[in-house]
Design a binder for this molecule. Structure first.
Ligand code: UDX
Length: 409
């Protein structure tokens, strides 16, 4: 069976890598010539642990091409193109539409599987859009950046949404060797599973961030609270780490899109509205704490450790650190920043001095803010940090120093 992939972002390449590792012939297509040229030369357009190695080891080399037709003519076509937020919070489906139209034109009746995160109802809407010329299914992914390959190779579950029995059977067959629970359902339900999963995890993070604020004020230790809660397997320990709000390419966008869908059908999702509002406050919290501590930030020297939205990736989409940098520059602070993977920042941050080590960033600093919990930051203690900077203000929304003290004990 041959696998076509449309779109070579995280989802497309992780999906391609997982099928290639299972021995399928994979054709990966994208309209972005530069990206395809990079992939053809054996490089990735982003950092992702272990992904290059999987492509290099594939028994049938993955074909990277700008020829969308070649991918559309495979036995199954996975649509992995982006679904960014539109101005009103809804998901912009123009890339999905264009991929579906291309596929319908060159390979009528193809099995076209939506891997991209799309609002419930999209598979059916797309079927109408192409006048029934494609057999469209929904097969959402649940992979996380930083461990995308592992997640694609060893998923927690496989969700298959198909509105035709024949399509369901083909998809069950393509995953037959993956020994995990399979949820097979119709397309709209499969699409909803993905949105509900991401929204639930985002809500869990906002919940613990709210609890963390209360703990800070009353003098309780939120790390122990999270531990104590997480040991109840009805709650679970994961996604209870407080921080400067959830970021990245999925949670903020997917929560917005689900809220938009709810509103559009007269079912406001009040818990998500609260989770989203708490997240906005959580993202702003490090700045508020800095002002509480230093007053007017004009001319103050602030070091920022970590720019990526989480460790293990060079992705800065919706990264909480960017909001902080933006505010610091508006206030006229002198900003230094260190991140082990993020190479470039948008031009609006040109005034931020990039440093090649965490200690370099601390020189003459009045304050340090730790925005990403990179592993290497856990090697530092308060004494070492304070010795390298001028001031005494350390804002640690990820609880890195607290967590490293616990690790040392
Ligand atoms: C997420 C989902 O986890 C994944 O299943 C889906 O397919 C895509 O979206 P990802 O965006 O890669 O994956 O990152 P994730 O590890 O989920 O973290 C998202 C954000 O939440 C990050 O900003 C992270 O720092 C934050 N987070 C996560 C917390 O603040 N606390 C936690 O306990 C966990």
């Amino acid at each position: 069976m041959t696998i076509g992939i449309l779109g070579t972002g995280y989802v497309g390449l992780a999906t391609a890598a997982s099928f290639a590792a299972r021995g399928f012939a994979v054709v990966c297509a994208d309209v972005d010539e530069k990206k395809i040229a990079l992939l053809q030369s054996g490089k990735l357009p982003f950092f992702e642990e272990g992904m290059s190695e999987v492509f290099a080891a594939a028994s049938i080399p993955v074909v990277f091409t700008v020829d969308l037709t070649a991918a559309c003519q495979c036995d199954i076509v996975f649509c992995c193109v982006g679904t960014p937020s539109a101005a009103d919070g809804s998901a912009d489906l123009s890339f999905v539409q264009s991929a579906a139209q291309t596929c319908a034109d060159v390979a009528p009746n193809a099995i076209f599987v939506l891997k991209s995160t799309v609002p419930p109802g999209t598979a059916r809407a797309m079927t109408q859009y192409v006048n029934g010329k494609l057999r469209i299914a929904a097969n959402p992914e649940f992979l996380r950046e930083g461990c995308a390959v592992q997640d694609a190779l060893n998923p927690s579950r496989i969700v298959i949404g198909a509105d035709q029995e024949s399509v369901l059977l083909v998809l069950l067959d393509v995953y037959r060797e993956v020994n995990v629970p399979v949820v097979s359902t119709n397309t709209i339900t499969a699409e909803m599973i993905k949105y509900a999963s991401n929204s639930f995890l985002a809500t869990k993070i906002s919940f613990i961030n709210d609890i963390a604020n209360l703990c800070d004020v009353i003098g309780a230790d939120v790390q122990s609270v999270a531990k104590g809660m997480g040991l109840d397997d009805r709650i679970g320990a994961k996604f209870l780490q407080p921080g400067p709000g959830y970021g990245g390419s999925c949670f903020p966008k997917d929560v917005r899109a689900l809220m938009h869908l709810g509103e559009s059908v007269g079912v406001p999702l009040r818990i998500l509205e609260a989770a989203s509002a708490v997240n906005a406050d959580s993202q702003r919290m490090p700045y508020v704490k800095l002002v509480d501590s230093l007053g007017d930030l004009h001319g103050k020297r602030v070091a920022v450790w970590g720019l990526a939205f989480k460790p293990g990736t060079d992705d800065i989409r919706d990264a909480p650190a960017l909001g902080l940098l933006r505010q610091l520059l508006i206030d006229g602070s002198v900003v230094t920043a260190y991140d082990p993977l993020v190479v470039s920042l948008p031009t609006e941050f040109a005034a931020v001095a990039r440093c090649s080590t965490p200690i370099d960033a601390l020189q003459n600093a009045d304050a340090l803010v730790i925005m990403t919990d990179w592993k290497e930051f856990f090697a530092f203690d308060r004494v070492t940090i304070l010795a390298a900077m001028s001031g005494t203000c350390i804002i640690d929304p990820r609880y890195v120093l607290k967590r490293s003290e616990v690790m040392v004990q």
